[in-house]
Design a protein around this ligand. Structure first.
Ligand code: SAM
Length: 310
């Protein structure tokens, strides 16, 4: 049974309006107990609730902002910005070479506190013809992302809502640490929605499903995270990570060309922590491979993955 993450259960949003819905503490505790996760149930039982047993929204927001602030260190230590740019720069080179005129829009789905978008804006790692937009369903997290960007006077924007229902089209969708939150049918829908949009490509980074991932996650979260919720969800994330095969299969539902960069079979499991699944409009594969140069050998489609040595 795939573990549950507490952070997915203690907030709820009306998908149509984006408004927060009440969450009953006892129902979350019962769900976690029924799932066999008594530790998570104990963590939730200690969160503040009102006299009707509804979780205190302000306290939950504060807690999630603090856990995500600690989580930023993981993004820093894993150099998530540099990793993304290693693929995004050649990808935008390929898009420009294919004759699609700019400006372009990069949309970070589930941006949380917006670390990635703020890092891209602060470093100027992508050319100025790429607009940077972070989107999250969680109003408190994305509100804090916007506040930090204003404080830092960065050229990027943050929007509260469903990134896949924006009035403004994305050229490229990206995400970090989001895919494992979706069970396989929802992951298929997630990719299909991007394929049905005018976007030219997606590039989603998530935890590599290696045997070492839960141990690595335990060590990092033990050392770096203070709140038991962060420690719990960090390890649960690693245990929920999707396999390379699942990622390629579900990404294919987009109708785009599915590719994995540094999949398990061609990478050292001690070095592989986060790795991306890509979807490309087919005409972009050749120019992307050309722009990637030697690194292109690490970009594999389903047929190449099947041939790669186990
Ligand atoms: C674990 S957080 C990841 C945060 C951030 N990317 C990071 O690396 O710290 C996952 C986030 O995805 C958001 N999310 C999931 N589906 C979304 C969608 N369709 N549109 C916008 N946000 C979404 C959730 O609200 C949640 O805040």
């Amino acid at each position: 049974m795939s573990p549950l993450e507490i952070s997915d259960l203690i907030t709820a949003v009306d998908p149509a309006t984006g408004r927060r819905l009440p969450v009953r503490r006892a129902e979350v505790v019962e769900r976690l107990r029924a799932h066999g996760d008594r530790r998570a149930a104990r963590i939730v039982a200690e969160l503040p609730a009102d006299q009707d047993g509804v979780l205190d929204g302000v306290a939950v927001d504060r807690l999630l902002i603090s856990v995500h602030t600690e989580l930023q260190r993981l993004s820093e230590e894993l150099r998530i910005g540099e990793r993304l740019v290693h693929l995004l720069r050649p990808l935008f080179t390929a898009i420009r070479a294919s004759g699609v005129p700019g400006p372009y829009r990069l949309v970070d789905i589930g941006c949380g506190l917006g670390y990635l978008v703020r890092w891209l804006a602060a470093t100027g790692a992508l050319a100025p013809d790429v607009e940077l937009l972070g989107v999250d369903l969680d109003a408190a997290l994305v509100g804090e992302a916007g506040r930090l960007a204003r404080d830092e006077e960065l050229r990027c924007r943050f929007v509260h809502g469903d990134a896949l229902a924006l009035p403004e089209a994305a050229t490229v969708y990206v995400s970090t640490g989001v895919l494992h939150h979706f069970p396989e049918p929802a992951l298929t829908d997630f990719f299909a929605a991007q394929g049905a949009s005018p976007a030219l490509a997606f590039c989603h980074y998530d935890i590599a499903a290696t045997g070492l991932a839960p141990i690595g996650a335990w060590m990092f979260h033990r050392a770096r995270m203070r709140h038991p919720l962060g420690r719990h969800d960090g390890v649960a994330s690693a245990r929920r990570a999707h396999s390379d095969e699942t990622l390629l299969r579900t990404a294919a539902a987009s109708g785009m060309r599915p590719l994995l960069y540094e999949p398990r079979r061609v990478a050292n499991p001690f070095c592989t922590t986060l790795r991306p699944v890509l979807g490309l409009r087919p005409h972009l594969e050749a120019p992307l491979r050309q722009a990637l140069g030697r690194s292109s050998r690490r970009l594999l489609g389903p047929e190449q993955l099947a041939q790669a040595a186990p």
